[in-house]
Design a protein around this ligand. Structure first.
Ligand SMILES: Cc1cc2nc3c(=O)[nH]c(=O)nc-3n(C[C@H](O)[C@H](O)[C@H](O)COP(=O)(O)OP(=O)(O)OC[C@H]3O[C@@H](n4cnc5c(N)ncnc54)[C@H](O)[C@@H]3O)c2cc1C
Length: 580
């Protein structure tokens, strides 16, 4: 079925979005471009020159930059006007995130402020809490942090040992130690998670000035040296009754919903870092000569640059498609309950984006070091810092393993609850597989072969997920390797369809080259992931039947991606910048 606009998260697996139905980066309006421009001037002129200072742990400078961000309205995008915000669409927030992502340490500080401290207050705060804390966080006068993790509980966040007890006057006493807290060393306000009486997981707004609150030493990190990361120590910390955030025992709702948005924002930052790094790599490849020629003229380097561009193209396509879907469901002014429902609706896409963007960024930064050769390994060039800074993106905001497990987990939950008709779609697919093949009429529409490849990948995804459900039933959660293969297929399906729609809608030879390269590679990956999962689930005749169905569904003829990658590489080298 082809639909004008898909309004349910995950529905792209069983429905095809019509051309011109998705938002793309090319469709940014003047206001969205303007806020991007403001962020760009700030990052280029004020943050980038201060990197050494930030890496020297000059938190006074960090605070001053957060304050400047506030003055420029860059902390206000997600906050209603009543509390000092500008409450713009989510695409605008993504645009700001992309630009800020060029300076990873500062982006992390801002991510914690906007995504992790402001969001829970906006969505779960009482009127009094919003009035008290939001204006300062939005203006940048105060700095926020989010304290969920502990040394013994990271992925298993609900296993926290921090404990709250209630006093006779209604106030709380908190004890415990939170680990790896971004902005920890200089934040004023912490969103802290602890269990009331060791049982009811709850959230609290804790000020640095409350008695019993202190921070530990800065961690010695691999990267993000310009971002503060330290423990938050709570020793009989007294928290007034009115600083309970949300309800007792409902802290998980705050923690997980905050991360849904945090992941989208993190993806925007990864996307911005990747755009910048592709430009850096292209410039270096154009000027560095070996064997009497610029290294950009060698096929091995073109292959890398072409790959970088194609993978980044798909990440952007998913990022803007998803934020456009959120905006379509959630036009400003925003109501907190609607924000929560919409972020939850697109939680699958946020997890897909978190994994795809962080891994694409790491791939790009690794190849950027490689293109720089020895210069990539020394501190004289920024490639080295970018490479180190990015590694943590696969660890925080839910590790990529946890996010991969969430993707099929959420799809199955929605299928079983009836919100997403995956089961009838899987049954229809089985009928199709058993029936004689139908020939699709030939078409000379642009990217027609790719459209068919995307349709085929969706069917493979559905077949593998359906087989997994049938094979393991309720025990599917224990089969992580199969779930991870399903997640990888879903990431490639969403990435391929988003790239296809972007290229068909917004046209041009380079768009087409990027989408074709990505989809051709994705089809190969999907085939491999499907084989791995099916061979793990079945054997003998059953496996042979499933593999025959896979061959029948995924008849994708490889395209000349060598030529397409060269075309993309030549374009970025010509412009000495990323091209989209
Ligand atoms: C620089 C930095 C900044 C951070 N900022 C913050 C912050 O501001 N606030 C905050 O609260 N936290 C923060 N964190 C903590 C971060 O969120 C955690 O490190 C992360 O959630 C992973 O938890 P962990 O380190 O305990 O790893 P673990 O949970 O021990 O995971 C170790 C490995 O096991 C895997 N694993 C764990 N459980 C499962 C499972 N069920 N199935 C399959 N695989 C599994 C993981 O994917 C990972 O590969 C930060 C961390 C860093 C490094």
């Amino acid at each position: 079925m082809t639909t004008d606009i898909l309004t349910r998260g995950g529905s792209w697996l069983i429905e095809d979005a019509a051309d011109n139905s998705v938002f793309t980066r090319e469709r940014l309006n003047d206001e969205q471009r303007m806020i991007g421009q403001t962020a760009e001037e700030f990052i280029e002129h004020e943050v980038a020159p201060a990197i050494e200072q930030l890496e020297g742990k000059d938190w006074t400078k960090a605070r001053a930059l957060v304050r400047r961000c506030g003055e420029l309205g860059l902390l206000a995008t997600d906050v209603p006007e009543a509390y000092g915000g500008i409450d713009v669409d989510k695409v605008s927030s993504v645009v700001v995130g992309e630009v800020v992502g060029r300076c990873a340490s500062f982006a992390t500080a801002l991510g914690a402020q906007v995504g992790l401290a402001i969001t829970p207050l906006v969505c779960f705060g009482t009127e009094a809490q919003k009035k008290k804390y939001l204006p300062g966080l939005v203006s940048g006068e105060s700095v926020g942090a989010y304290a969920l993790s502990e040394s013994g509980s990271g992925s298993d966040a609900l296993g926290a040992r921090a404990r709250a007890t209630r006093q006779a006057d209604g106030s709380f006493v908190l004890n415990g130690e939170k680990m790896w807290i971004t902005n920890g060393g200089f934040a004023d306000v912490y969103i802290v998670f602890a269990k009331l009486n060791g049982e009811d997981f709850s959230a609290f707004i804790v000020e640095r000035g409350f008695s019993g609150v202190s921070t530990g030493k800065e961690e010695h990190k691999l990267g993000l040296l310009g971002s503060s990361t330290c423990p938050l120590i709570l020793q009989d910390a007294t928290v007034p009754a009115e600083n309970l955030l949300g309800e007792i025992g409902k802290g998980h709702k705050i923690a997980f919903n905050t991360l849904n948005y945090g992941r989208l924002k993190l993806s925007a930052m990864c996307s911005g870092g990747a755009r910048m790094a592709i430009g850096e790599a292209a410039k270096y490849a154009a000027q560095r000569k070996q064997f009497g020629k610029p290294i950009a003229s060698f096929g091995a380097i073109k292959q890398k640059l072409g790959d970088m561009v194609a993978r980044q193209y798909a990440v952007e396509a998913m990022l803007y498609r998803t934020s456009g879907l959120i905006d379509a469901m959630l036009p400003p002014p925003h109501d907190a309950a609607q924000v929560l429902a919409t972020l939850e609706e697109f939680a699958i896409e946020s997890s897909i984006l978190k994994v795809a963007s962080s891994e694409t960024l790491d791939f790009i930064l690794d190849e950027n070091v490689q293109i720089h050769g020895g210069n990539g390994f020394v501190r004289d060039y920024p490639a080295e810092r970018h490479y180190r800074d990015a590694r943590v993106n696969r660890i925080f905001e839910g590790t990529n393993e946890i996010n991969r497990l969430l993707i099929p987990g959420m799809l199955v939950r929605r299928a079983l609850k009836g919100g997403l008709p995956l089961i009838p779609a899987a049954k229809k697919l089985m009928d199709e597989i058993l029936a004689p093949p139908l020939m699709e009429p030939p078409s000379d529409a642009p990217l027609e072969a790719e459209r068919r490849a995307v349709g085929a990948m969706k069917k493979v995804g559905l077949m593998v997920l359906g087989t997994a459900l049938q094979t393991y039933g309720e025990k599917l959660a224990d089969e992580q390797e199969v779930l991870i293969a399903v997640a990888d297929i879903m990431i490639d399906v969403y990435g391929s369809e988003s790239a296809l729609l972007r290229a068909r809608q917004d046209g041009g030879a380079l768009h087409s080259a990027a989408a074709r390269t990505y989809i051709s590679d994705a089809a190969g990956r999907v085939e491999q992931a499907a084989k791995t999962a099916l061979a793990g689930m079945a054997e003998g005749d059953t496996l042979r039947t499933l593999l025959a169905a896979l061959r029948r569904l995924l008849k994708v003829i490889p395209v000349n991606t060598i030529a397409l990658r060269r075309q993309l590489a030549d374009a970025v080298v010509d412009r000495k910048a990323y091209v989209f």
